[in-house]
Design a protein around this ligand. Structure first.
Ligand code: GUN
Length: 300
């Protein structure tokens, strides 16, 4: 069966629109997201445009700050600091990648953790790894896919847990294989799945016999960026397959990391590309912005 991230994202965004409208009534203001883009890389421009459109749909206020590619790291961090200190700003996102002369780690650290809607700040990442939420008390749904870690969780892994919740399959005790070990997807995903009582393997570019490792998976998540890396011999019959990759092929079409046509009849559930994980990542960014707004209201 196909897991339509596009449809689930649409459902979630309608719900968020209502949440935000209720916030406008209750607090007299709505969440405010600022997206900073450095340079005009075409792929980044598309991602940023999708984020701005989603915010508009959810009635979240948003601002796109486009900065020149030759801006210095100091100037960029100065802009971030201004937003850190602006009480009307709830979420700050710096679109990655940044030009080579800017240190991404410094920039991520410059964002105040409470406004880091990506969940990339070391304080948020550390919270995820060190905090054990009351998972037993949490019922995962598409609307509420992760227990309360008291911090912002990276958007893509959170979106994937929402997609997994949509299948109704119990995760406890399942074998999960995460292909890819990035800070943005692979690592946080592995921790979240461990907390859901999965037995997790993280595979990567040095993994020997990747197909054999993948065939162990009841839940296979792939975030590598190599079109059609995962072929039919990598799928255990009945597995759930989540494809995070999105690449443009020489013929102009888009492809995931999974050979979708070859794998779709072996898997019990599979995400398409496009229309799978991508819309969920943007949707979770909206949820994180709403959550940052709420946490800041509760604190102040
Ligand atoms: N570039 C690609 N994906 C992302 C993301 O999730 N957040 C940010 N800030 N930049 C990205």
């Amino acid at each position: 069966m196909i897991i339509s991230g596009k449809d689930i994202a649409a459902q979630l965004r309608s719900d968020m629109q209502q949440q935000v409208d209720a916030m406008a009534e209750l607090y007299g203001r709505t969440p405010n997201l600022v997206v900073i883009q450095v340079g005009d890389d075409p792929a980044s421009s598309i991602y940023v445009r999708n984020k701005m459109r989603a915010a508009e749909f959810c009635h979240i206020r948003s601002q796109h700050i486009l900065l020149p590619a030759d801006i210095t790291e100091q100037e960029l961090c100065g802009q971030i600091d201004r937003l850190n200190n602006d009480d009307d700003v709830d979420g700050i996102l710096v679109q990655l990648p940044l030009p080579a002369h800017i240190n991404e780690e410094h920039v991520i650290r410059a964002i105040r953790a409470e406004k880091d809607v990506d969940g990339f700040h070391p304080t948020n990442a550390a919270h995820l790894w060190l905090h054990q939420p009351l998972v037993k008390a949490h019922v995962a749904t598409i609307y509420n896919p992760v227990p309360d870690y008291g911090c912002t969780i990276a958007c893509t892994p959170k979106g994937i847990l929402s997609l997994l919740a949509s299948t109704g399959v119990e995760l406890d005790g399942k074998r999960a294989v995460m292909v890819g070990r990035s800070d943005i997807v692979g690592k946080p995903m592995a921790k979240l799945l461990m907390d859901r009582q999965c037995t997790v393997t993280v595979a990567h570019s040095h993994t020997r016999d990747l197909p054999a490792v993948c065939r162990e998976a009841d839940i296979l998540i792939v975030a590598v960026g190599k079109p059609k890396l995962i072929t039919c011999d990598c799928i255990k019959p009945g597995a759930i397959v989540i494809d995070v990759g999105i690449s443009r092929l020489p013929d102009g079409s888009l492809s995931g990391d999974v050979d979708y046509e070859a794998c779709k009849d072996i898997a019990s559930f599979i995400t398409p590309v496009p229309g799978g994980v991508g819309p969920m990542t943007v949707t979770m960014l909206m949820q994180n912005t709403i959550d940052c707004f709420r946490r800041r209201r509760v604190k102040s």
